[in-house]
Design a binder for this molecule. Sequence first.
Ligand code: SF4
Length: 198
Amino acid sequence: MKVKASWLTIWACCQYQFHLHLKYGPMFTSRMLEGKKRHEKLYSDFLKDAVELPEGTDIMKYSLKNTFYTREIFLECDELVGRLDGLFVDNGLFIPIEDKFTRAGNGGPFYHHVLQLWAYCFIIEKKKGEVDYGLIRYIDNVFKVKYDEKARSTVAKAIKQINLFLKGKIAPDDLEVSRDATYCKYCAYNSLCDRKLG
Ligand code: SF4
């Protein structure tokens, strides 16, 4: 089974949440549902201004005029699969974008968002071409996130761990849990979790 890029986000936040996600299926908080609506709105706005490309890069069917920019792209490689929010192609360089409808952290982008962005960089690099960095756009800030050897090996390690768990080689009780009581409080699986902090 291919690992979903979105799973890496959950994995980075709380591995036990990933176990509950598989056991009970996707569950959404009101904030997540609001984010989903805003993504849909961005995509419908994009389509109003986009043009169909008779010949563009092979990764995109629609783009804004005068630039190679598209949204909602399905991506996959041997190890990973996912849907990326946005993508620029600039002189052959791919620049993936993740849009987050929250405020940025004080110290920069949140790690689980970085890992998700790296997952898309990983796929693009394997299947399409060069990726040097990506962007995470929060409502109050935009961050340029480098994609390098460290990022590549971090993604590969997360994929390997998730696969070990999927194959039953890591027990749910051995998974790491969130150490953030606030994160637990707003977790969609809070009511089902026997290891929560808050
Ligand atoms: S409530 Fe906390 S420990 Fe439990 S799954 Fe959610 S984030 Fe993890």
